[in-house]
Design a protein around this ligand. Structure first.
Ligand code: CP
Length: 323
């Protein structure tokens, strides 16, 4: 693997997920793979899980990981080619990225979208400029439109659950539902786009997306899924439900409605096949997901977040081995 920006960088999703679960069983089996190598984790936005799980994963492989909160500690970076830097930006990515590429063997980067200009956000300017100028493999810690480490984790968690706990016994196609949920502020489409992209590429589920009218995602990610505005219909017999808010894609970055009836409750869970409830976290309790669901046996959000380590470890390992 040369980089990890989207599912397109993965040859075999099942093999990568299996590798992650091997690391979960034996975290230190490759404890020297990353010896004498250094990874830089650059954050232009906040993080709890991504930052810490990736650091832990690098440590398990014997690799040093250094975090740099660019947004708080670094110079304000300019990403536009040919910019006249007479405004607030202090350093061009063209100057900063090659230096970072000399300091580190792998660079990991988190950026968020502006949610103001769809064309700019969906061009993935920030991460593309890092890749263009840094000269070393790049791992996305979430970009303007995608969150691949989260999505790999999600598939690992679903597969793990199917193998270990599910009545499906590891066989059969699970019904997986991605449902929109209310939120108090406009959020990126990254997690939803990425989950849809990975589940479609995986191809081993009956995949349904449900959201209110006008919350359609970019079709390039959702194509292949069944899409409905009827949440109850979507939830019927579901094995896994992924709860996530996103802002509007077409009239970009807006909140059109926040009807609390879209929040998942125990009553709705009765429609499902004793569904396992997933969320990438952080979650707004009793806005996106009710306490009763989050604190119930149906919720696997802690298991899911814990699996972030193994997803990151599998990806770093593939890049270190250049497989
Ligand atoms: N799910 C996720 O990416 O969490 P953080 O924002 O805390 O990293």
């Amino acid at each position: 693997m040369k980089q990890f920006i989207s599912v397109k960088d993965v040859n075999d999703i099942n093999a990568l997920a299996a590798k992650a679960l091997t690391y979960k069983a034996d975290p230190f089996m490759h404890r020297t793979l990353g010896a004498d190598k250094r990874m830089g984790l650059l954050f232009l936005n906040p993080s709890l899980r991504t930052r810490l799980s990736t650091q832990v994963a690098a440590g398990n492989l014997g690799m040093e990981a250094i975090v740099f909160n660019v947004d708080k500690e670094g110079w304000a970076l300019e990403f536009e080619e040919g910019a006249i830097m007479s405004g607030n930006t202090v350093e061009h990515i063209k100057d900063a990225a090659p230096i970072l590429g000399n300091y580190f063997d792998i660079l990991c980067i988190r950026t968020f979208p502006s949610l103001k200009n769809r064309e700019d956000d969906y061009s993935e300017l920030y991460i593309s400029q890092f890749i263009k100028y840094c000269g070393v493999p790049v791992i996305s810690l979430e970009s303007s439109t995608l969150h691949p480490l989260q999505s790999l984790t999600d598939i690992i968690t679903i597969k793990e659950h199917m193998l270990l706990n599910s009545p499906l016994g590891g066989g059969g196609k699970p019904k997986i539902v991605l449902t929109w949920a209310p939120h108090v502020k406009p959020l990126p489409q990254c997690v939803a786009n990425s989950f849809a992209q990975w589940i479609n590429a995986w191809g081993e589920a009956d995949f349904v997306i449900t959201h209110p009218e006008d919350y359609e995602l970019n079709e390039s990610f959702t194509k292949g899924a069944t899409i409905t505005h009827n949440q109850d219909e979507a939830l019927k017999d579901a094995d896994f439900v992924y709860v996530k808010n996103w802002s509007t894609y077409n009239d970009y970055g807006k909140i059109y409605e926040n009807d609390p009836k879209w929040m998942l409750t125990n009553e709705k869970i009765q429609l499902t096949n004793n569904v396992k409830v997933m969320h990438c976290l952080p979650v707004r309790r009793n806005v996106e997901l009710s306490d009763e669901v989050l604190d119930s046996a149906n919720s696997i959000v802690t298991q899911q977040a814990s699996n972030r380590v193994w997803a990151a470890q599998a990806v770093i390992s593939e890049i270190l081995s250049n497989k």
